[in-house]
Structures are given as C-alpha cells and as structure tokens.
Write a protein that binds this ligand. Structure first.
Ligand code: FES
Ligand code: FES
Length: 161
C-alpha cells in the first residue's frame, strides 16, 4: 500500500509524517511523534486510555485513522500543561488523588477537559460528570475521586495560573 505524507498539528506543533493510509491516530501519536502519554489499552474502542482531543472533542485515538485528522487541531495529555503550568483538571486530579496506577489518567484527563470546556459555566450534576467519563475505564480508583476532581473544576475551585 502506498504511503502518504500527513501534516498534523498536535499540541500546537506542526508535524509531517510518512505513513500508510490505514495508520491509526494512536499509532502516529505514540510511535511517530513519541507522545507516549497517550496509552493504548484495548485497541477496540472500549477502555478510553487512548483518548485525545480533536478540535476540542474527545476522541478515542484507536478508533480513527490519522489521515482523518489532517489539518485538525489534536491535543494530547502532553498539551494540557502550558509554559510549565498544569491545567486546572490536572491540579484537581493531584489534589483529589484521582489516580493510582495512572494508566487511565491521560484518557480521563482528556475526556474531562473536553467535557469541562463544553459546559460554558454551567454546573453539571454528578450524573452528568459520570456520563462524561463513561467511555473511560479505571480499574483502580472506583471513580469517586475522579468525579470529585471534575466537580471541583466545574464549581470554579481552580483558576488559570
Ligand atoms: S485503546 Fe482505544 S479505547 Fe482502548
Ligand atoms: S488509576 Fe489505574 S486504571 Fe485508573
């Protein structure tokens, strides 16, 4: 199969990669760009560990071809920290102990970042918060500490630094 030159914008940086058209976005992010914060768990769209944001919407990067993202803004967990400052949801995860082994954490952070940005100041219910991460599996925390962290940010307890 012929290879394709893909131009991709990830975390604000422009990349050019030479790939087969059927290469998954998850594969490009980890294997070509070396952004290994994004995890691959199931590769069957079930666990959410590979979640990244494309144009601000959370997307399971094992479920899309990289060429589908040509010209779009992709954000990975590495892109949440800006100028050495953690994002609000990253700080809330730290403060609430919202991780144990950490394998699900990048995906959880990306899903909750997309969810929080769509709220536009609206305060979500606990049910809405739980729904926002229902595509992300965590085998360690029992989810409550993750829900607390998302709620703390939604309630305005964190400011941009
Ligand atoms: S690796 Fe993509 S959903 Fe599990
Ligand atoms: S912290 Fe281990 S899977 Fe979520």
């Amino acid at each position: 199969m012929e290879k394709h030159i893909l131009r991709l914008k990830v975390n604000g940086d422009e990349y050019e990669v030479y790939i087969h058209p059927k290469t998954l976005l998850a594969e490009v992010i980890r294997d070509h760009l070396g952004l290994t914060g994004t995890k691959r768990g199931c590769d069957t769209v079930s666990c959410g560990a590979c979640t990244v944001n494309v144009e601000g919407k959370s997307v399971k990067s094992c479920s899309v071809l990289a060429i589908q993202c040509e010209g779009l803004e992709v954000t990975t967990v590495e892109g949440l920290e800006v100028n050495g400052k953690l994002s609000q949801i990253q700080r809330a995860f730290l403060d609430n102990g919202s991780y144990q082994c950490g394998f699900c954490t990048p995906g959880m952070l990306m899903s909750s970042t997309a969810f929080l940005s769509e709220l536009e100041g609206k305060k979500p219910s606990e049910e809405e918060i739980r729904e926002s991460i229902e595509g992300n599996v965590c085998r360690c925390t029992g989810y409550n500490s993750i829900v607390r962290a998302i709620d703390a940010v939604a309630q305005g307890k964190y400011k941009e630094e």
